[in-house]
Design a protein around this ligand. Structure first.
Ligand SMILES: *Cc1c(COP(=O)(O)O)cnc(C)c1O
Length: 380
């Protein structure tokens, strides 16, 4: 009997088959890389993305994203690049948002020309720019919202409507929002990708990626995926499945904390600009409210006075680190990390100033995080 389940229930039960031999309630780890090929219907093999632990976690992520099917990859980039290459070939053209995650930006700008794939980068906050960039050979539109590090918002519904009109496949990087806050398939997107290293894993201790879509689109991605080989091992799959059982609880707490912190930072005289889509004066706030029904996420950025590194050195609770989405709050300087390769002029265009810091809000008590930031600002 088909009935819709809430995300809390899906996160615990979807895809988790349990243990039919010993009647344990938890899905076991099946590390076999070799399977009897007679009578099983399909040949199981880790690089075919079809072993029991791979299927279990892919089904859970697909359920959380309201997709028909999914694939689990060994990294976010493996999921993103395999999905892009599955729908693009020599002579094709793609339209992508210009403020992409650094790793994706580098991969596209280095690899696409090597394979004879053309691309155009456009301002993600202006849907009409995507339409203007479409050519007869455009096969893919790729977006990322909220974006890194200034949390710009792309209107998912508007972009997918444009793509549908021109029969173009849409792919989104939904990492920052997580499946708890935003489900792009409901808004017309074809393929949702994730760096599962962030909110899906959620504990800063594993690397994985995912792609979710219709059975047909996932079949198409699979036909490239088993060639490129970016599959994930059974042990890590199992750990991802375990992590996902608490994703709703974690992300709800991160949403709540980030909203509280953003409000506090906004009111603080020592803080410059604050970027958080949950703030009413964020330029994408109204769109974010409509397309992120679960919450505005745990990522925010703000400007400090003086040297941001001295500020970060003074933090006692919040750790300086490059990644994001963990249960512990982490902070970084985009100028030193993700945007280090850009010139100062290029960075200025997208508001990435020298004193900007990007905070990944964890599940700690919000007031403890506020006190930590407050004492680190005080010495300025
Ligand atoms: C980290 C990240 C990626 C890349 O994921 P990996 O797991 O490091 O390969 C892609 N997009 C966004 C938004 C990310 O934060």
């Amino acid at each position: 009997m088909a009935f819709s389940r809430s995300k809390l229930t899906q996160s615990v039960h979807s895809g988790s088959a349990g243990d039919s031999v010993h009647k344990g309630i938890v899905n076991p780890i099946f590390p076999s890389s070799a399977y009897d090929y007679e009578g099983t219907g399909e040949t199981q093999y880790p690089r075919y993305f079809n072993t029991p632990n791979q299927r279990a976690v892919a089904q859970k992520i697909a359920a959380l994203e309201n997709g028909e099917d999914g694939l689990i990859f060994s990294s976010g980039l493996a999921a993103i690049m395999t999905s892009l290459f599955a729908f693009l070939k020599q002579g094709d053209h793609a339209v992508l948002q210009n403020d992409l995650y650094g790793g994706t930006f580098n991969a596209v700008t280095v690899e696409f020309p090597r394979y004879g794939i053309e691309y155009t980068l456009v301002d993600g906050t202006k849907p009409q720019e995507f339409e203007k960039a479409i050519k007869p050979n455009t096969k893919v539109i790729y977006i990322e919202t909220p974006s890194n590090p200034t949390l710009t918002i792309t209107d998912i519904k508007a972009v997918s409507a444009i793509a549908k009109k021109h029969s173009i496949v849409t792919i989104i990087d939904n990492t920052f929002a997580s499946p708890v806050n935003q489900n792009p398939i409901d808004l017309g997107i074809d393929v949702v990708t994730h760096s599962g290293t962030k909110y899906i894993g959620g504990h800063s201790d594993l690397c994985c990626g995912a792609a979710v879509g219709s059975k047909e689109h996932i079949k198409k991605i699979w036909s490239s995926a088993f060639h490129f080989g970016g599959s994930l091992d059974a042990h890590t799959c199992w750990l991802v499945e375990r992590s996902l059982k608490t994703i709703v609880l974690r992300v709800r707490q991160q949403n709540e904390n980030a909203l509280k912190l953003a409000g506090w930072l906004k009111a603080n005289q020592k803080v410059g600009r604050v970027y958080y889509p949950g703030l009413p004066d964020h330029p994408g706030h109204e769109i974010a409210k409509a397309q992120m029904p679960g919450g505005f996420g745990g990522m925010l950025s703000f400007e400090v006075q003086g040297d941001p590194h001295a500020f970060m050195d003074r933090l006692r609770l919040i750790k300086r680190a490059l990644s994001l989405g963990g249960v512990e709050s982490t902070i970084c300087s985009p100028v030193r990390t993700s945007h280090a390769k850009m010139t100062a002029a290029e960075r200025a265009k997208i508001n990435v100033t020298d004193n900007l810091v990007r905070l990944s809000v964890g599940i700690e008590e919000a007031d403890d995080l506020i006190r930590d930031i407050e004492q680190a600002l005080i010495e300025l």
